[in-house]
Structures are given as C-alpha cells and as structure tokens.
Design a protein around this ligand. Sequence first.
Ligand code: BES
Ligand code: MN
Ligand code: MN
Length: 463
Amino acid sequence: MSDCNAYIDANRDRFLEELFDLLRIPSVSADPKFAPDVLRCAENVAMNLKAAGADNVEIIATEGYPVVFGERHVSPDLPTVLVYGHYDVQPADPLELWDSPAFEPIIKKTDLHPEGAIFARGACDDKGQFFMHVKAFEAMVQSNALACNVKFMIEGEEEVGSAHLEPFLELHKEKLAADIVLVSDTGIIANDIPSITVGLRGLSYVEVEITGPNRDLHSGLYGGAAPNPINILCEMIASLKDEDQRITVDGFYDDVVELSEAERTAMAEAPFSEEEYKKSIDISAIEGEAGYSAPERMSIRPTLDVNGMWGGYTGDGAKTVIASKAMAKISMRLVPNQDPDQITELFTRHFEAIAPPSVKVKVTPHHGGQPAVTPTDSIAYMAASMAMEASFGRTPVPFRGGGSIPIVASFENILGLKTVLMGFGLDSDAIHSPNEHYGVFNYFKGIETIPLFFKHFANLSRS
Ligand code: BES
Ligand code: MN
Ligand code: MN
C-alpha cells in the first residue's frame, strides 16, 4: 500500500467526521434566510483548507457569496491543478419527505450502497465531492506525495447560477492560472462501472406570466367569454412540443450539433438498462423525442420542461373562480452549440407570438449557462482514466451527462482552461431531492483516486 493510501486508511473516521461537520451547516444559497449559514460554511471550508496544508487561504468577497481560495505551490516545474467545487446546496424542501433531518448527517445502508451512504443535503452535491479533494490533498501533503501544484476555488452560488463567478474569473486570472481544472460534481454509471463525464448541457430558464382579466372573476357570471389565463397557459405550453416531442420554438434546433453515427455508436456502449431506469423512478414507460434513445434524450438532445406552474385557487375545497393570472417556470437544457441568450430570445419571441389576443404575456429570463464538451484525447483525460482504472480495476467509460455546470464553459472562455469532470456520485443518490446521499464507498474511492490523477497528470505533463 502506498504511504498516501495508508494515511487515508488510518484517518477514515476523522475524514467522515469532518465531512459531517460541513454537512451540518445549512448553506442554502437560494434562500436569503440562510445567508449567515452560507457565510459560516465558507469559513469552515477555509479552515479545512488551512488544516489540510493549503497556503494563502482567503475568503474572497464577490457581489454575492464569497469564493474560498487556497493553494500549495510545490515547484515551478510541476503542472498546476485548479480544483473547483461548490459549498452551497439546494434547499432541503419538502422537509417532511426526508427520513432523517437534512442537516443531521447519518450513515445508512441502501441496496446500491451496502457499505452505507451518508444521508444529508449536499452529501453528494457537492460537499461530499469537493471535500474528497481537501482530504486527498491532506493525504498527499502528509505522505510527501503532492505531485502537482494545486489551487482550490470553492464557490457558494453554483445552485443559483454562479452569477458572480465570471467577473471573479476575469478579476483573478493570474491568481487562478493553472494547467487544468479538476471538478468532482458529476457521477459515474455505477460503482462497478466507472465513467468520466465528457459533456454537460447548457440551460435557459424563463418564467412566464399570462394575464387575462384585470381581476379574479366569478366563473359562472363570466365563464365562457372571459379569457381564462390558466386554460390558455396550458394550451400554449402544450403547443411547445409536437407529436414527435420535438420543441416547436422557431429556430430552436438551428445550432444543435448532431452527432455522427460513429459517435452515437460509441455512446451506446455505455451500459443503460431501460427496465432498471423505469423501476428506479417507478414509471411504466419512458418519454421523449422520436428517433433518439433514452440516454441520448438525456444528454445530447435539448429539452423543454415545465418546472412549476401556478395560478387561481389551490386551497382546500372548491372556489368557482377565473383567475386573472397564470404563471409557469420553464427550463430548457441545451446542447452544443446552442447559446442560452439566443434560445431565451427565441423562446420569448415564440411565446409572445402564440398567445391569443385576449391575454398579455410577460417572459422573464432567469439564469442560464453554456453547454460544454471536454476532450477525451488530452493528457488530463488520460490521467483521469488511468487513475480510475487503477482504483476501480476497470477502464472508465466516457459519457455525456444531462446536468449543467455553467462555469465549465467560462473556465475555457475566460481562463483558457480545459476541465476534467471526475465525479463519483450515482444518479440514484437523489441530489436536489429529499434523502440525498453519497456512498461511503464513493467518498473514499474519490479520495483514493485523486492522488493517482495528480501523479499521472504530472508524469504525462513531463513527457
Ligand atoms: N452538480 C450538479 C450538476 C450535475 C449533476 C451535472 C450530476 C452532471 C451530473 C450541479 O450542482 C447542478 O445542480 N447544476 C444545476 C445548474 C444550475 C442551477 C444553473 C442543474 O444542472 O440544474
Ligand atoms: Mn453540483
Ligand atoms: Mn446541484
């Protein structure tokens, strides 16, 4: 066993306890009520970085929540790895659906995690995952095995769109100078099927508001002639997809890069069981765009989904009313080379055009994000692949994920840096959902794999 692995092994319990302390801080970025906790969480991250051996640890203010920075310079002859992660988490609501409190981490066994999983909001997304880097770093420092220079940049606004991070990158280009960005905020196919994410989708997120009559009306006195904004919103939303489940927004697909047959064949190599997929979310049939497989629909194809919809009377019992307004939140996942601002523009124009003259339409854009693809022919990919092959005993499969990490495109555009997405979560870990968890196996597998990445990346950079 290497000294590094021996160190990890000897400190397992503490590595778990320190993560538990981090998970106890409800750093929910979306809800201003948690602002003091988010700031306290930044302090905790800074303290952990210092304790692990980082120099120049700083909590750097932004217009929003701060970014925690730290670094360790070993030698100008070695490459520099910039580790990115986020210490903010999604809201834990609905709280009543958690089997144990969201901010009181506890280890429980599950079918997919027979060694136990840590249940808490942020356990997998992303506290458990970025903390693997802090602990792997500590293990490398303590066992004299730090093979690269390293910089940490852990932000606090990822779950609300990273609005202040691009200016941060612009402002700190020199401080962040590196050779590669390494991120653990994605997943693997299964604990016995390691994989590396090589693509992320972009995002355009809008809120729409339909206004009919100037006040809520008696549905008997006015119903039949007064425009009902809820009915109309439903019709408008229904028309956004055709019978092939293609999105009808004019120009929506214009910039979509189609994959070659060879690329689609390679993609189909990644194991996917439709039966297990259906079973895992308790549905009897899958949905989606004609002509594409389920994994394709979830990664290389764009989507349009209503995330929430409201209006009218939703309390107990019945109230006979025609509401004045109806609202919905709509997200579109984007693929290369769709541009989020342009898609938002196309959507707005389309949505205004399809509204009947009886109502007014307002479309408000929320945050967006660029899609990203990462190379599979780089030394950084090779280093990640070799590292995972050694720790899992199986070569990882490259695959494109369906989620979004908008800052990945900005690393390339602003810092000129490529990213390696070496995450260790499972889709079934319930990120953003009640009972989020992260396998104890996955946590330690990550801590064990990261030093191997550093070692291979340094070696490959030299040759
Ligand atoms: N870590 C996720 C994204 C993710 C998870 C990518 C699993 C691939 C696999 C990230 O924290 C996230 O939730 N991103 C948001 C983006 C947003 C709020 C702009 C998303 O994808 O909805
Ligand atoms: Mn995340
Ligand atoms: Mn997330």
